[in-house]
Design a protein around this ligand. Sequence first.
Ligand SMILES: [Zn+2]
Ligand SMILES: [Zn+2]
Ligand SMILES: [Zn+2]
Ligand SMILES: [Zn+2]
Length: 212
Amino acid sequence: MKKILFLMIVVALSVLTLASCAWIGGENECAHEVTMPVGAGKAATCSEEGLTPGKKCADCGTVIEEQTAIAKLDHTIETIPAVEGSCTVKSKTAGEKCSVCGYVTKAPVEGDYKHNPVNVNAKEPTCTEDGYEAGVKCGDCGTVISGMATKPNKGGHDYGDNGKCECGATEGGNQGGNEGGNQGGNEGGNQGGSTESGDQDGIMDTEWDELK
Ligand SMILES: [Zn+2]
Ligand SMILES: [Zn+2]
Ligand SMILES: [Zn+2]
Ligand SMILES: [Zn+2]
């Protein structure tokens, strides 16, 4: 019995001690009257969560309010205008993006260049110029959109025996100086009277051919 009594006294004394301590503002019973942030807070943006600063007692350090995340803000959606396209710029559909952070919420879809199609009739090749099949090309920049395969020229005039091509060109006359050299050796005699090769006789043409 004595032992139990002793214990009871000890317990009673302990309780008294704690109570008196609390009464004079002991460590375990801080009133947390002055508070300060737990850490640096930050506002939420549309691209990053925010954080509350929290609250703790400036005296004893007890955290009264934890720092908590603040949900991201909604993006501020603005329209990315459609691009109509041109001969040099590809078209694009309209899209959407955030005007604050730039995040694209709806990507524009790229299309093709926008030409101004014009139907083109076939052109027959001549003796010296290429022709082409009928097709479609851009009236603005000339880009071939479809068709218009090249029809090769005939590789030069064919004068035959009478010195006149079926296209109407006459030897020496229409050709001028461009092809005079090539002809010299073979047909030099026929050229004598023409204006272009008037000062070239057959011998000179032959020599020129050989030099080449
Ligand atoms: Zn405190
Ligand atoms: Zn945003
Ligand atoms: Zn074009
Ligand atoms: Zn011809």
